[in-house]
Design a protein around this ligand. Sequence first.
Ligand code: TMP
Ligand code: MG
Length: 292
Amino acid sequence: MSAQIPELSNPSVCMKDPQRVQDILHSMVKAGSNTLQVISDFDMTLTRFSHNGKRCPTCHNILDNSKVISADCKQQLDHLLHTYYPIEIDSSRSVEEKLPLMVEWWTKAHDLLVEQKIRKDLLAEAVSESEVMLREGFQLFFDHLHEHSIPLLIFSAGIGDILEEVIRQAGVFHSNVNVFSNYMDFDESGVLRAFKGELIHIYNKREGALLNTGHFQELRTRPNVLLMGDSLGDLSMADGVQDMENILKIGFLNDKVEERKRSYLDSYDIVLIKDETLEVPNAVLIQDCLFI
Ligand code: TMP
Ligand code: MG
């Protein structure tokens, strides 16, 4: 059985080992969609990195740019973004070097957000007024997974409450979607007082995955995984999957392409360069279901 996908010849698609990709696809197609689970990052993976040359917001940026934050706080959050984002994407620093700095970024940002006494009932408006955009093809992606009862885990170091609102407003928060993320903790009057549970940042998704053994236990009859991310930290999102048989990793390389291309090709099976669509993941999923 062949697993040829025309979309893999798109100019944005790079693969270190195309034969390996074909072999994985072949095994996954043969096993059928009832053995598949999808694990995806959210910011800059399911959402667009840019639109008409302008950066699109992450979950955090949706709040940073909204009315729920004071001008002074916005300035401080912008300062954090300009300090730490270049570190996040700096290919000359090791993960060990970046990790404490990423914890510092998330901790400082969350402390600032908590100081703002954000009201839960204003989050929906912050999302609807934002410039966040899911990638082109999102409707097909979410609807197809739902129709074929394929579980989708969205694993995000963003903010769960915001992320859920984005997909709810887009009409794609279907029953097959689960979310691991940083959730806000509101007091009885609906005012933000803290973030719940263990912090998830871009380099501890492995620990986050291992804390959620119950989820992966439920999905143990689905040993084939499609993983999608935009950071090298996203590669560990599937570390909790039990008895994994095949994993196909699709990485979006949105920024600092030349500096990071080599490391992305070494770690992701398919690298999508400055591709703002879900065309390739959709083609893989549809192919997978053609042969049930
Ligand atoms: P992700 O795991 O869904 O991609 O979310 C993590 C992204 O959030 C990561 O790329 C950095 C970004 N981020 C902000 O934009 N602002 C912030 O204040 C923080 C802490 C993270
Ligand atoms: Mg991301």
